[in-house]
Design a protein around this ligand. Structure first.
Ligand code: ADE
Ligand code: ZN
Length: 340
């Protein structure tokens, strides 16, 4: 890629809408926190951790990701994890981020819900004070567990409603369709949460229909497999449903064999509101800029298409109209100055 296009991407104001905070856990920090907390892991060096990052599918990755999260115990651990992510995105001109966390990964190990949410939200408050980065927090239910477990998690979350904007659905997709969680999502909506869900990452287009019709999602995480179903694409386009696509994740988890075969352009050509995100950047080889750069190189995206992708994210984020307008104006100004 020519260096001016690379600089254009790096300097562009961006919003991230699909980021698992536990997936931003860099091996060096993981190791330091493991030592601080005297937690033993499978890995005896930072290099051993990095060598384990070879995945054939989503489950291969999840096994390692849950292993890494075991070292997180204290409020300070969750603060440090989140702050490290904030520093990374600040350096990449990300001005708004919406962060997933998996409460069950921690509460099932005896870590208090309040410890997790306090550490994450303290770092995000500091991000706004220090850098002007705005944010939202979305808690995900682990879909490989039962719906009754998700219901217990929802009940625990009610005490922290002021800090949790939405609920989502993640973990092992195949065999765990959205329909499994329709009751708990209905309760979450009654409680005033916005809903999103991972669907169509490894699972079929049918799971996306279910996420729309049964979970009443406001945004679709991944959604790659909508490419298989023209009727579904037409519906998503008509509803202006945003898709949080994660190119390097798709490559590393073998959802695509090659980024050149990634459906992102096809989805855009079908008028879908596609956004670019990093998913689990510490595991997949890159944060926002690396994702933008890799997909731009593979699909030969131009500046107008890049601007559209960034604009889609600002339009699809869960903030008030005033902040949206401010971020969109920032993008317009950047584009006007750097279009050629
Ligand atoms: N949890 C963290 N990353 C995930 C992904 N890409 N898909 C499903 N669950 C996840
Ligand atoms: Zn994800």
């Amino acid at each position: 890629m020519n260096s001016t296009l690379k600089s254009f991407i790096e300097g562009m104001p961006k919003a991230e809408l699909h980021l698992h905070i536990e997936g931003s856990f860099e091996p060096e920090l993981m190791f330091a926190i493991a030592q601080r907390n005297q937690v033993k892991t499978k890995f005896d060096s930072v290099e051993a951790v990095k060598e384990a990052y070879q995945f054939n599918n989503l489950q291969d990755f999840l096994d390692i990701y849950y292993e890494g999260a075991r070292v997180l115990l204290t409020e300070q651990d969750f603060f440090d994890l989140t702050w490290a992510y904030v520093e990374r995105i600040h350096a990449q001109n990300v001005i708004h981020t919406e962060i997933f966390f998996d409460p069950q990964t921690h509460t099932d190990r005896g870590v208090d819900f309040g410890v997790v949410i306090s550490g994450i939200s303290r770092a995000l408050a500091q991000a706004e004070q220090k850098y002007g980065i705005t944010s939202r927090i979305i808690m995900c239910f682990l879909r490989h567990l039962d719906e009754s477990e998700a219901e217990k998690t929802l009940a625990q979350a009610l005490a922290y409603k002021d800090r949790i904007y939405g609920v989502g659905l993640d973990s092992s997709e195949l065999g765990h369709p959205p329909s499994k969680f329709k009751n708990v999502f209905a309760k979450a909506i009654e409680e005033g949460f916005v809903t999103v869900a991972h669907a169509g990452e490894e699972g079929p287009a049918e799971y996306i229909w279910e996420a729309l019709d049964l979970l009443h999602i406001s945004r679709l995480d991944h959604g790659n497999r909508s490419k298989d179903d023209p009727k579904l694409m037409a519906r998503l386009a008509a509803e202006k449903m945003a898709l949080t696509v994660c190119p390097l994740s798709n490559l590393k988890l073998c959802v695509v064999d090659d980024l050149k075969a990634h459906p992102l352009r096809f989805l855009m050509e079908n008028n879908l509101k596609v956004t670019i995100n990093s998913d689990d950047p510490a595991y997949f080889g890159g944060y926002m800029n690396e994702n933008y750069i890799a997909i731009t190189e593979a699909l030969e995206l131009n500046r107008t298409e890049l601007k559209q992708l960034a604009q889609n994210a600002f339009e699809a984020c869960f903030v008030d109209e005033g902040r949206k307008r401010e971020m969109l104006a920032q993008l317009e100004a950047y584009f006007a100055e750097n279009a050629f």
